[in-house]
Write a protein that binds this ligand. Sequence first.
Ligand code: SME
Length: 147
Amino acid sequence: MTKQETYKSILPQIGSLVAGETDMIAKMANVAAVLHEAFGFWWTGFYRVEGQQLVLGPFQGPIACTRIPYGKGVCGTAWQHAETVIVPNVHKFAGHIACSSASNSEIVVPLISDKQVIAVLDIDSTDFGTFDEVDKCYLEQISQLIL
Ligand code: SME
């Protein structure tokens, strides 16, 4: 299956998982689980905006840093610019926060509600160059389903 086909197959599943659920943390937890299982990523999870920091939310994978300041790391950068950030090689990203030395590429998608970033979806891969415009397109759609 291509990754496009995988995204297409999980979209309805995610749609029904979030339908009727109002608690954002519960939705984040199931979305992280679906993505993580479908693709076998290294780390899949959410950070929520709390004041001037991102705080660790529901995730799948190894333990991670609990707090990330505004504008720091890939997550803080995606928050600051309110835009998805794709990093093909995290070792070349100035300021990358290495929660795990096994991670080699990463994508961070902001969740935007009323023009405010309220959380980010962060996915790490042990391969280089895992993420591209296809991931960006589908993960942005999936992220909006959580709001
Ligand atoms: N690498 C991220 C930190 C979070 S972990 O990857 C789970 C960053 O640079 O913001």
